[in-house]
Design a protein around this ligand. Structure first.
Ligand code: FAD
Length: 255
C-alpha cells in the first residue's frame, strides 16, 4: 500500500521528480525497447501503475510523457517499455537514442484505478493492443512472482508477428498448468504458417477466448484509444459489469 498512500495516513504520497539512471537496455522488437532504471528513493508501485518521464534539454526546454511500469512490484528496479513513434518528441529518445548511464527525471507512481494485486484474485481478462501490453505484463509478472494461480487470459493484438512485445516471456508464463492463456491476433501480414486470429479484436473473439460474465472476471484493457473503447463497449454489451472493466488509453492511434 505504500505505493498509493502514505503509511496509515490515507493520503496519496507527494509526487516528486526523482533522477532515474538507465541500468540496462533490451531490444524487444525493431521499434520497442525496455529500459531498466535505477531510481533512488522510489516509493514502490502496484502492477498497472504508470509514471511521468521528463526530459530537459540543455537550453531548458522540457517535454513530459506518461509510461506504464512493466516491472512487477517485486523487482528492485523499474522497467519501462517504449515504442518509437517516428515523428514523436520523447519516444525516439527513450526507444532509440538513450544509452546505459544516461539520466532523466521520473515522477510516480501514478494511477489508482488500473491496478491489480494478486490478493484480489481472479479471473483476470486482459486485453492489449501494441505497447498497451506493458501494464498488463506487470500484472502477469506480479501474478507469477506472487505464486498466484488466478485464472487469466491475455488477448493481445499486434500489427505483425515481429511486433509482438514480450513474445518469448509470455510463452514461458503461459506454460500448461499455469492457469494463464495467451491468445495473439495479428492485424497485418501474418506469417504463412500463422494459425491464430488475423483481424482486429472483436466481439466474437472476446466471447471465444474470454471468461463469461457470470465468472465476474476483472477486465483490464490497454492500448490505442480506438481499441480500448471498442473492447470496453463490447465487454459491457456482452454483459460484464462496467465496474469490473478498467481501461487505460495510450494515444490516438498505434498498434
Ligand atoms: C497512462 C499512459 C501510459 C503510457 N504507457 C506507455 C508505454 O508503456 N509505452 C509506450 O510506448 N507508450 C506509452 N504511452 C504513450 C506515451 O505517453 C507517448 O504518448 C508516446 O510515447 C508518444 O510520445 P512522443 O513524444 O514520442 O510522441 P508525440 O510527440 O507526443 O506525438 C507524435 C505523433 O504521434 C501521435 N501519438 C501520440 N501518442 C501516440 C500513441 N500512443 N500511439 C500512436 N500515436 C501517438 C501524436 O498524435 C502525434 O501525431 C502511455 C500513455 C499514457 C497516457
Amino acid at each position: 500500500m505504500r505505493a498509493i498512500e502514505e503509511a496509515g495516513t490515507g493520503t496519496p504520497p507527494r509526487l516528486i521528480w526523482r533522477t532515474a539512471e538507465v541500468i540496462a537496455i533490451t531490444e524487444e522488437t525493431p521499434r520497442v525497447r525496455t529500459l531498466a532504471l535505477g531510481v533512488p528513493g522510489w516509493p514502490g508501485h502496484l502492477a498497472g501503475q504508470h509514471l511521468d518521464v521528463r526530459l530537459t534539454a540543455p537550453d531548458g526546454y522540457s517535454a513530459q510523457r506518461s509510461y506504464s511500469i512493466g516491472s512487477p512490484p517485486e523487482t528492485p528496479h523499474i522497467e519501462l517499455t517504449v515504442q518509437r513513434l517516428e515523428e514523436g518528441e520523447v519516444s525516439p529518445y527513450l526507444a532509440h537514442d538513450v544509452r546505459p548511464g544516461d539520466r532523466f527525471e521520473v515522477r510516480g507512481p501514478i494511477g489508482g484505478h488500473f491496478v491489480w494485486a494478486a490478493t484480489q484474485g481472479g479471473p483476470l481478462l486482459l486485453i492489449a493492443g501494441g505497447s498497451g501490453v506493458v501494464p498488463l505484463m506487470a500484472m502477469l509478472r506480479h501474478r507469477a512472482a506472487a505464486g498466484s494461480t488466478a485464472p487469466a487470459v491475455l488477448l493481445y493484438s499486434s500489427r505483425t508477428f515481429a511486433d509482438i512485445i514480450f513474445r518469448a516471456e509470455l510463452e514461458r508464463l503461459a506454460t500448461p498448468g499455469s492457469g494463464l492463456a495467451v491468445v495473439h491476433t495479428l492485424t497485418d501480414s501474418p506469417p504463412a504458417d500463422w494459425t491464430g486470429f488475423r483481424r482486429r479484436i472483436d466481439r466474437a473473439m472476446i466471447e471465444t477466448v474470454g471468461f463469461p460474465p457470470d465468472a465476474k472476471p476483472r477486465c483490464f484493457i490497454c492500448g490505442p484509444t480506438g481499441l480500448v473503447e471498442s473492447a470496453a463497449r463490447t465487454l459491457v454489451e456482452i454483459g460484464h459489469a462496467a465496474a469490473l472493466v478498467k481501461t487505460e488509453r495510450f494515444g490516438p492511434t498505434g498498434g
